[in-house]
Design a protein around this ligand. Structure first.
Ligand SMILES: Nc1ncnc2c1ncn2[C@@H]1O[C@H](COP(=O)(O)OP(=O)(O)OP(=O)(O)O)[C@@H](O)[C@H]1O
Ligand SMILES: [Mg+2]
Length: 148
């Protein structure tokens, strides 16, 4: 039923909890997981600032490289459990890229954390997960943080 799953991750503790659920979803037919990390480029629309601080232009690149490493570790864990993986590192606005990849990869389910790196106590959901839940076409499995 859920043969191809989209797993957007910011590598936060909350989003990592999802990996165990992805493995358990094998019993529900999960064969392949698309691990997606979006490098948020919203703060990178000020080209002039790069003249003063050239190292800033490398920030997105650095994040993409470390994201690839983290994603490979997750992929290995899933592969060991017999699930195929695709790693995608995209640049843009996280919720928009998640919805674009949902269509492009034609997934049957999205597994997302309720919160991410900000993990504000008072918030029911993070802003990325809220928008994805609102706008996604496919079912969304929300993995909750602990201690809620
Ligand atoms: N840049 C990203 N790339 C891929 N997935 C992401 C990204 N950011 C968040 N997610 C996914 O969305 C989930 C919820 O994160 P979200 O960013 O909405 O919460 P937050 O960080 O606590 O709050 P906010 O970002 O609104 O301050 C994460 O667990 C992860 O699954
Ligand atoms: Mg966040």
């Amino acid at each position: 039923m859920f043969h191809k799953i989209l797993y957007p991750t910011d590598f936060s503790d909350v989003s990592k909890i999802a990996v165990n659920y992805l493995i358990q979803l094998k019993d529900a037919g999960a064969e392949e997981v698309v691990i997606l990390h979006v490098v948020d480029t919203r703060n990178q629309h000020m080209p002039n600032i790069y003249n003063a601080f050239p190292e800033l232009s490398m920030l997105g690149e650095k994040e993409a490289i470390s994201a690839k490493k983290e994603a490979r570790q997750m992929a290995e864990e899933l592969n060991n459990a017999g699930i195929k993986t695709i790693i995608r590192i995209e640049k843009g606005i996280p919720f928009k890229e998640i919805l674009r990849v949902e269509k492009e990869e034609d997934v049957s389910l999205i597994v997302i954390g309720s919160h991410g790196t900000s993990n504000v106590k008072e918030m029911l959901l993070g802003s990325v997960s809220e928008k994805v839940i609102r706008k996604a076409n496919k079912p969304v499995l929300v993995v909750k943080r602990q201690n809620d």
